[in-house]
Design a protein around this ligand. Structure first.
Ligand SMILES: [Zn+2]
Length: 314
């Protein structure tokens, strides 16, 4: 078995890597995403594949795409941030590259990297929660990616956790990602800095005195410096995370939750309150093993590594 290529297609960039059997990236390439022209995106995928193919024998290509991918792992049915509607991506890229291609949802691909080579590599049942701007993730049961009937399972961010709560971009209200995400962290910090500026000294200092200018990085840095408001913002979103994880545990009984995405770079600031909240809320706690809560081991390259491995196992 040789090398495969993983391609991660986001709203702004196409990132690709040549990946070995142990999940190591041997070489990488990247381009900007031309968001409004499907044909042009395929050209760019073929272009990065050619670049990585030039010096190595390549077996197959895995593509992680931000959108709904059909159950045959072939067509992107819908991509909110790209021009794809029922785009037969597999066939089109196979034609251009002459290599077998597998298409997967990007969050699933990233979850698969953690399951195979990262924080869940010793477990068979895991939930990966990608805490970024929103909240996404993936689900692995019995050592296999759980994709659901239409390949669109594990959209954790839009589970209702607060009926009638905050409005969500999906059209609903009270979705989990409105309470447990990078966006929610900023919202909490801004509110705390507005109503309780006395406990938000460092946070306000970083944001130039303007609560509305507070960013996610400000919250993390202020929390690391001991700012009470920033620490409280992490406790609040960690608690919401743990509450949702307790509900998922009742349904799925996983061995581990893996916290990934940009916000997980804050480490224990996020993990610790999430774990505590899970332990407090889990049902039948005395009679079961409580799932572990771990930080992801891959950063932004998870999608590349996961897509490449899925292509190897096609
Ligand atoms: Zn929603």
């Amino acid at each position: 078995m040789g090398l495969t290529i993983g391609v991660d297609i986001g709203g702004t960039k196409v990132a690709a890597g040549l990946v070995d059997e142990q999940g190591g990236i041997v070489a990488s390439a990247r381009r900007d995403t031309p968001s409004h022209d499907p044909g042009r995106i395929e050209e760019i995928i073929a272009d990065v594949v050619r670049e990585l193919q030039a010096s190595h024998e390549v077996e197959a290509v895995g593509i992680g795409a931000a959108g709904f991918v059909d159950a045959a792992r072939s067509t992107v049915v819908f991509a909110p941030n790209l021009a794809w509607r029922d785009e037969p991506l597999r066939v089109n890229v196979e034609k251009r590259c002459g290599l077998p291609v597998v298409v997967e949802n990007d969050a699933n691909a990233a979850a698969w990297a953690e399951a195979r080579f990262g924080a869940g590599r010793r477990e068979q049942y895991l939930v990966v929660l990608t805490v970024g701007t929103g909240l996404g993730g993936g689900l692995v049961t019995g050592g296999e990616l759980y994709r659901g009937r239409q390949g669109i399972a594990a959209e954790f961010g839009h589970v209702t956790v607060e009926p009638g709560g905050r409005r969500c971009g999906c059209g609903g209200r009270g979705c989990w990602e409105r309470y447990a995400s990078g966006r929610a962290l900023i919202l909490e910090a801004q509110e705390l800095a507005t109503v309780s500026p006395a406990i938000a000294g460092r946070l306000l200092e970083l944001a130039g005195g303007r609560p509305e200018a507070i960013t996610g990085l400000h919250v993390t840095r202020a929390a690391q410096d001991g700012d009470e408001a920033a620490l409280e913002a992490f406790r609040v979103i960690g608690t919401w995370l743990g509450q949702g994880m307790a509900a998922l545990t009742a349904v799925l009984d996983p061995e581990v939750f893996v916290l990934g995405g940009g916000v997980s770079a804050a480490g224990e600031l996020l993990r610790e309150p999430a774990e505590r909240s899970l332990q407090e809320r889990i049902t039948a706690r005395a009679y079961r093993q409580v799932p572990a809560v771990r930080l992801a081991e891959f950063g932004p390259e998870a999608g590349i590594v996961g897509a490449a491995d899925l292509a190897r196992r096609r």
